[in-house]
Ligand binder design. Sequence first.
Ligand code: MN
Length: 255
Amino acid sequence: MLPGTTPSVTRRQLVVGTATIAAVALGPRAYAQAQAPAGPFKLDPLPYANNALEPSIDARTMEIHIDARTMEIHHDRHHAAYVTNLNNAVKDHPNVAAMPLQDILAKLAEMPEAIRAVLRNNGGGHANHTMFWQLMGPGRGQPQGDLAAAITRDLGGPQKMQDDFNAAGLRVFGSGWVFVTVARDGKLALETKPNQDTPLMEGKRVLLGNDVWEHAYYLTYQNRRGDYLKAWWNVVNWAKVGERYAAAKAGTLSI
Ligand code: MN
């Protein structure tokens, strides 16, 4: 766990300092956690520092990949809001509250009509972002082993995969996602979805996905979604994606 990212530090500082000053100094993460209502769905902290995906200035390209402020707003405000809304929606629906998120999404048509749209948007948002934070990281890498072989077999190799994925991401009109899905037999496919929809809604599993909502890139890239899509591959944690691939084939990948 990186310093400054643990809730325990937050609590300790709130006790030691005056609450007002500490809360301001700690920023929106502390605020988001303090505001989170009780409920079955939780916002996990980022598994790395807000600035881990920049890097401040990349030595080779002189570019920022994903800036710290974008990560902070995206995780602490946007994702936190999906979790809050989701918890609020299931408050009076204990049967739904008890279900794993992937089951709720796969059975949207069976969900109570009064909360179905909220579950779709905010449950989809929670699943998509949980996956998104997990598969990124500061280290560069390459697909290995089985996963590398599947990328070559099903998607034409790493470069063609990236080119096709980026082109698909550019074609998403407005807000949405571009995904690589993985079947139980390991077969990979490209797919895009609007809004916070996810292939989980068809009972599929996601190997990886990139968020092409403007909130994911606007501070650094403004309208240049294509540049963001290209730079994003620099922060994909291929070791983590390899773990997701193995889990999908074992039938243990959830979201
Ligand atoms: Mn997002």
